[in-house]
Write a protein that binds this ligand. Structure first.
Ligand code: HMG
Length: 440
């Protein structure tokens, strides 16, 4: 079967940043380490007043097309994944196509356009749809443009406020991809949940503590379901395990859960037995609560072992570098984690071609999905071409007053005078709700 997957990727971060330990923590009267060590975040990315999900998505897609020498005729499908859409009828992909048509000779009249919604997992679902469209042979030699774009904002004072972020990820999906091939095996964990909702409202209603438990429960189901089709997983099988990253502290918990599951009945569990005992098995307990307590005790010990810490340091921690500086990008977040991992490989001159990733996506509401990816020969050139560090460096550092103002600007319910903190440079800019961005 021909390999299908992500040929290239580009990231566009919001042009502003909020420093969490330096600006947010003092204003909230909190210890800065709650953010840097507890949640694992240094900063959040914010859109300037001339940016929105359309402009960020179009800017990422434009960079991708320019770098890969793509023309509209090379793209047979444009899917946008977002949970920040402002139009209940037209998909955001039509607005993005409208932007891109301003700068290319050709148009996208031939391209099938859509919008995917299932909270943060929609980015992976769009990627999946694009791969399936190609595998089904309906692409007529063309690739698909998948864009995950969000302004992940919470109401001021909400516990989620520290985890905000904004940005877009654009991916070109094709046959014989340069970056990663996606496995056809997948696993799901899906249930009707109400811990994170946005019913006709801009900011989410969140039961934050419960959302963490739901994430972990669905992720465990997805891993078990993945193993039921792909066979047991093992910690040494994967170079990196990128997860949906609402904040790095969440992934600390997910990494531990996945590792504990993977080492069951392996020599690793045996080797650790003298140090921390064997992992408790549900069958050995009559009482569910007693089993849960025993499992928690084992997990607390496992977390502290050198064996786990070494694995975490090389397999999970590198996926979090970008997230620490940008916060949650909802649909784009797991795709940022993949880039972060591969950037680590590049910076450390690792030979990753042929190695595997286990990708764990998640969306509130709630669904988790797991699949494997095989890193392709062209991965280094693709990752080397990204200018993410420059983008992060160029962001304007918001004061607290600036932050409150820009937060109001992006609150659709408010009529706020718009001030620009930065000057757009060769990029699409927002020019009013329901219109497409112009290129400045
Ligand atoms: P909180 O009340 O701000 O924080 O809410 P906390 O008190 O729970 O502390 C967080 C961590 O910091 C804890 O570590 C503390 O111990 C530690 P943990 O026990 O979890 O390992 N801490 C400190 N560490 C060092 N020094 C200190 C210190 N103080 C505390 N001084 C909460 C946290 C997650 C509830 C909040 O941020 C929230 O509501 N976030 C939004 C919801 C969210 O992101 N949920 C994640 C799962 S759901 C998901 O991922 C989907 C989502 O992306 C949406 C979608 O799919 O569309 C959100």
């Amino acid at each position: 079967m021909t390999a299908v997957g992500i040929d290239a990727i580009e990231i566009w971060t919001g042009n502003l940043k909020l420093d969490l330990p330096g600006t947010f923590a003092p204003e909230k009267g909190e210890d800065p380490e709650k953010y840097t060590k507890g949640l694992g975040l240094n900063a959040s990315s914010f859109p300037d007043s001339y940016e929105d999900i359309v402009t960020m998505g179009a800017n990422a897609a434009h960079r991708l097309m320019e770098r890969k020498g793509l023309e509209p005729d090379d793209i047979g499908r444009i899917d946008v994944a977002t949970e920040s859409a402002f139009d209940n009828s037209k998909p955001v992909s039509t607005y993005v196509a409208g932007c891109l048509e301003q700068v290319y000779d050709g148009d996208f009249h031939h391209a099938n356009k859509g919008e995917r919604k299932f909270a943060c997992i929609a980015g992976t679902q769009s990627l999946d749809d694009a791969c399936n469209w190609i595998r089904a042979g309906r692409n007529r030699g063309r690739g698909a443009l998948v864009i995950a774009t969000d302004t992940a904002l919470y109401a001021r004072g909400d516990a989620g406020e520290a985890t905000q972020g904004a940005g877009a990820v654009a991916m070109y999906i094709s046959e014989n991809p340069s970056l990663v091939e996606l496995s056809t095996e997948q696993g799901y964990g899906s249930a009707d949940e109400t811990d994170f909702l946005k019913p006709n409202q801009q900011f989410p209603s969140v039961d934050g503590k419960r959302s963490v438990q739901v994430y972990l429960a669905r992720m465990r189901e997805a891993l078990e379901d993945y193993e039921s089709v792909a066979g047991d997983t093992h910690p040494d099988q994967f170079a990196y395990v990128p997860f949906h990253t609402p904040f790095p502290g969440m992934v600390r918990k997910a990494g531990l859960l996945v590792y504990r599951h993977m080492i069951r009945d392996t020599p690793i569990e045996e080797e650790l037995a003298d140090e921390i005992g064997r992992q408790p098995r549900a069958e050995a307990f009559d009482d569910e609560e007693a089993f849960r307590d025993a499992l928690k005790e084992y997990t607390d010990k496992l977390k502290r072992t050198d064996t786990y810490q070494d694995w975490y340091g090389k397999t999970i921690d590198p996926t979090l570098t970008i997230s620490r500086e940008v916060g949650n990008w909802y649909t784009g977040s797991v795709h940022v984690a993949r880039v972060s991992a591969l950037k680590h490989g590049l910076d450390n001159d690792l030979d990753l071609a042929g190695s595997q990733l286990l990708v764990g996506s998640y969306g509130s509401g709630a669904q988790a999905e797991g699949h494997a990816e095989t890193i392709q020969d062209g991965w280094k050139e693709e990752i080397e071409a990204l200018n993410l560090e420059e983008q992060l460096e160029a962001r304007y550092d918001l004061s607290w007053d600036d932050y409150e103002e820009i937060h109001d600007v992006h609150n659709h319910d408010m009529d706020v005078d718009v001030e620009e903190f930065t000057t757009p440079e060769a990029e699409f800019v927002f020019d009013g709700w329901g219109r497409m961005g112009e290129r400045k």
